[in-house]
Write a protein that binds this ligand. Sequence first.
Ligand code: NDP
Length: 333
Amino acid sequence: MSTPKVILVTGGSGLVGQAMRHVLFDEKTELAFRAQPDEVWHFMASKEADLRSPEETEKLFEKYKPTHVVHLAALVGGLFKNMSHNLSFLRDNILINDNVLNTSHKTNVQKVISCLSTCVFPDGAGAPPDLYPLTEAKIHLGPPHSSNFGYSHAKRLVDVQNRAYKEQYGRNYTSAIPTNIFGPHDNYDLRDSHVIPGLMHKCYLAEKNGTVFQPAGSGRPLRQFIYSHDLAKVFIWMLRHYDDVEPLIVSVSEEQEVSIEYVVNKVVAAFQKNRAARNEAAGSDGQFRKPTSNAKLRAVLEKSGVNFEFTPFEQALQESVDWFVENYETART
Ligand code: NDP
């Protein structure tokens, strides 16, 4: 048997890390995405090592001796937390990313797949008219949206670092760029969460307390959402088959861009009871839209012959709501 791959998943306790664990070890998963006999997987949480610290990062790598890394750990938050903490998002994420990449290089990790975000892309305002749809080639064409510039610049730098590690040392370090993610094990904090988990929590409380479900903002912005289990499959595939420093957008197609109002209605439907009454005065909308192309993703998956289908949005949302309701007492609220 070949030497086993030792794969360290940073951010293993978060939304995407938990989805990877589920997909890899669930017997209902298609064989192509399940853990292989020559793979040893380690999922780490922040209590094991604070990746902002070079010493703790080195100790962690010394402990597990990874040959491969899926780098998910990040200071993550919704629009409101980003808007009020741009410096923290910038500094923490720069430190985390630099420590993970530098320690990977120093310990001869063969492959690193880091997780970026579509926030890295330039803001539409003032950008060239042909900016949309966003493609992998457009990351550095203009400044990101001002609301979360700290997080966005830290994430953009990972792409720069990957290219520098490739150029200077021939390293196979690359990144995925997912759109908005949702699924079980999300962060449901009412102030600091992303849009879907925030809506789910509000709707749940309105049901429980017999009050009106009042989503904030206009409901008009458009987004593409990806189910965490689908994203997990793409990470697993990338780890095994994707050997290119160029990043890969991981998104549903442009045709599946939906308004926040649509999402609100689907959340209401998934809870099967409550009705929403919009509160336009509360909260900011953020960027109006940032449609991304998944043409490259479809092309590389097709070329590798893998059978990959996105979970239909309503099914994914229902599974996420069911998980949240069942796990309310222990979920990150
Ligand atoms: P979560 O907030 O669910 O999880 C974040 C993970 O990072 C947790 O495991 C957390 O550990 C870990 N972490 C945070 N700070 C540190 C630290 N200083 N040292 C070590 N570990 C740390 O995030 P997601 O799963 O949603 O995000 C995964 C990746 O996906 C991130 O890189 C994020 O930027 C990216 N992304 C997320 C999107 C989304 O919609 N959620 C959209 C696009 C990209 P612990 O919980 O133990 O503290």
